[in-house]
Design a protein around this ligand. Structure first.
Ligand SMILES: Nc1ncnc2c1ncn2[C@@H]1O[C@H](COP(=O)(O)OP(=O)(O)OP(=O)(O)O)[C@@H](O)[C@H]1O
Ligand SMILES: [Mg+2]
Length: 447
């Protein structure tokens, strides 16, 4: 437009000169020619005066569309030109503010989408991805951006693809549970005003796992309690029979006491576990001299060790080893490990070892030379109610809770439990407890 106006001005001036030459040539009197030329020049000047604000306004608008941050027109201009310039400046200012607001909103949305624990997916009306946040990418294991791809090329589950399909989604949206790349996802899909779909993927895997753990736990605990309970009822019912000889009576009564004791032991173990799992539990740490503690505990097993002809060795390094720990926890750890070796391993020797490692940690463990545990089962033995050989363990009175208690005690004191070995090579089970640190103690005590 500006170029066009400049051209017109130049054209007019050239025309004036040309007219002068032509008319003067044809004998038109000079004053008339001069008048025509002046008129034309005046017209050209007028055109320039009016065209200039227009040219600047056009240039201003072009700068705005090009995204020049803050274009300004001189507000000092007089009259209507000044009004026009001021109005345009205000327009540009509004435009800039709105752009800034939208930018801020967009970056807030970006942060929200990025930091959300859930996956978010937006599809256009044809079912192509327009947005997918990082969390969704992690779930789907994608290596490149999903934007622009059709849903069916991303998700392998045809039911989920049709569940999210914009053409099939009900007006009110819908929610469903799906397996997505090995994870259990709660998918909530809603319509977008523009016709697409937005879906939120919430990971339920851990929740479902905990559900299963809880269900299994209740089933296992009920089963373990039911076995002695059934026996107690059987013996009690038999005792009700008046024809039972006196000698049998006392045997049945003894059996009842035996099974009741077993039930008490199971309930005690369950209560211990529940206390250890309680996040508000208190760990009573104090300096414990490990040597005397180990000696005392091994002494407590002397009758059983003797009866099974098992020799023992105790090694504490350094001999005056001391540990800031809960003595009750240390007792339960060692008793469970020694009890297991006697009960399950059928060993000839048991070594009880406590040593301070170069890292400062204390390793407290029991090693036997008995039947050993298959490598594949070594991690599972710390699970609640897990027994390598359920019938054998149950026959020897095991509930499968002992090592779970060991693990929970170790973790409550900031350490961990582990076992090594192989079938026929004996078992080395131990806990690693951290060195004392004032901060660590505080945290563990808070729990
Ligand atoms: N030293 C060991 N040698 C061989 N098997 C072992 C040894 N220690 C543990 N196990 C196996 O690991 C299982 C789990 O041990 P855990 O101490 O948790 O339970 P338990 O001894 O059966 O019962 P509980 O300790 O509750 O009375 C045992 O049932 C047994 O099969
Ligand atoms: Mg045990």
């Amino acid at each position: 437009m500006g170029a066009r106006l400049t051209l017109s001005l130049a054209g007019l001036s050239a025309l004036a000169v040309l007219l002068y030459v032509l008319l003067a040539d044809r004998g038109v009197p000079a004053p008339a020619v001069i008048s025509v030329a002046i008129c034309l020049a005046f017209a050209a000047w007028l055109a320039r005066v009016f065209a200039e604000p227009l040219r600047r306004a056009v240039e201003f608008a072009q700068q705005l569309t090009r995204g020049v941050p803050s274009p300004r027109l001189p507000e000092t201009a007089a009259g209507e030109t000044g009004d026009l310039y001021r109005a345009l400046n205000r327009l540009a200012e509004d435009h800039r503010r709105r752009l800034e607001e939208r930018g801020a909103e967009r970056s807030e949305t970006e942060v929200l989408l990025r930091e959300m624990g859930d996956g978010v997916l937006a599809l256009d009306r044809s079912g192509r991805v327009v947005r997918a946040n990082a969390e969704l990418c992690t779930v789907l294991g994608c290596s490149e951006p999903l934007e622009g791809r059709a849903l069916a090329t991303i998700l392998r589950n045809p039911q989920l693809v049709s569940f999210l399909s914009p053409s099939e989604l009900p007006e009110a949206g819908r929610t469903g549970e799906f397996e997505v790349f090995g994870r259990t996802m709660l998918v909530t899909a809603r319509r977008l005003p523009a016709g697409g779909v937005v879906a939120v993927f919430s990971d339920l895997t851990e929740l479902r796992r905990l559900d299963t753990v809880r269900t299994e736990f209740v089933a296992n605990a009920s089963h373990e309690l039911k076995t002695p309970l059934t026996a107690i009822r059987g013996f009690a019912e038999t005792l009700l029979d008046p024809g039972i000889p006196d000698a049998d009576r006392s045997t049945f009564a003894e059996r009842i006491v035996e099974h009741a004791n077993r039930m008490t032991a199971i309930v005690d173990d369950l209560l211990t576990l529940a206390r250890l799992e309680d996040p508000r539990r208190e760990i009573h740490r104090r300096p414990v001299a490990i040597g005397p503690l180990v000696e005392r505990i091994v002494d407590g097993f002397s009758a059983r060790l003797e009866a099974a002809a098992i020799t023992t060795s105790v090694e504490v390094s350094p001999p005056d080893l001391e540990l800031e720990a809960d003595p009750e926890g240390l007792r339960q750890i060692l008793e469970n490990l020694i009890d297991n070796a006697i009960r399950h391993a059928n060993p000839s020797t048991i070594h009880v070892r406590a040593e301070r490692l170069p890292s400062g940690e204390v390793k407290l463990g029991v090693q036997d030379d008995g039947r050993g545990i298959a490598t594949s089962q070594l991690e599972r033995i710390f699970e609640r109610f897990y027994r390598v050989d359920p019938s054998r363990s149950r026959a020897t009175g095991g509930t499968g809770l002992g090592l779970s208690i060991v693990k929970h005690w170790a973790e409550a004191m900031g350490g961990r439990a582990a076992a090594e070995g192989a079938v026929g090579e004996g078992t080395r089970a131990h806990v690693l407890l951290p060195p004392p640190s004032p901060k660590g103690n505080e945290l563990a005590a808070q729990g």
